[in-house]
Design a protein around this ligand. Structure first.
Ligand code: TMP
Length: 205
């Protein structure tokens, strides 16, 4: 069972992942992330920091995904484990479809073609949504802001996420990230428990 968590910077995803790590320990999940689950993540971070051109950046994020699938996700799924990934392919579809605009004619189609045939579709994706002003407030005013962390970019990224969700409503669960952190955590935790139980019983039958 592959579960992914998505949302713009400042949506509270990292807090949610840490809480899930603590409370789902009895299910022994593999909790992982993109970028950075393998050494390719270092190259991605460098490309982002040095403001590489958007094609280089997109290809490195995709390479990070390939290594993540090969080294972490596929082996865990083959061993019957529950995998929870903090960001996954939808991050590319949402962020890089914005950053590649003006460089490539149809960024989303290009990105989908780049992933076709080798990526794995998540069973469920929890998408945190919140007003961009609130996300910016939460990100704060730190100097090392990534270039994605501007209100204009994040607004467009979030609207891409919502387009992805409406194109695939059975996979996406949209979450109001303005709700209390405890409430969000309790909801996602119980949804994951139900999915894990369902996956266990359907494997047995
Ligand atoms: P993080 O804040 O979750 O560590 O992610 C780092 C940044 O990279 C975040 O601003 C989102 C961005 N990102 C992409 O642009 N494309 C991707 O495919 C992924 C996984 C992340």
């Amino acid at each position: 069972m592959l579960i992914t968590l998505e949302g713009i910077d400042g949506s509270g995803k990292s807090t949610l992942v840490e809480r899930l790590r603590a409370t789902l320990a009895d299910l022994d999940p593999v909790i992982t992330r993109e970028p950075g689950a393998t050494w390719v993540g270092d190259a991605v971070r460098r490309a982002v920091k040095e403001r590489a051109d958007p094609v280089t950046e997109a290809l490195l994020f995709a390479a990070d995904h390939a290594a993540h699938l090969d080294r972490v996700v596929r082996p865990a799924l083959e061993a019957g484990r529950l995998v929870i990934s903090d960001r996954y392919t939808d991050s590319r579809y949402a962020y890089q479809s914005v950053t590649l605009e003006g460089t490539i004619p149809s960024p989303l189609s290009w990105l989908e073609a780049l992933h076709a045939g080798w990526t794995l579709r998540p069973d469920r994706t929890f998408l945190l949504i919140l007003p961009v002003e609130e996300a910016m407030r939460r990100i704060g005013d730190h100097e090392n802001r990534e270039h994605f962390e501007s209100p204009e970019i994040l607004a467009r990224v979030q609207s891409r996420y919502l387009d992805l969700a409406s194109a695939d409503p059975t996979r996406f669960v949209i979450i109001d990230a303005l709700k209390e952190k405890e409430e969000i955590h309790a909801f996602v935790e119980s949804a994951i428990r139900r999915l894990a139980e369902w996956s266990r019983t359907s494997r047995r039958s």
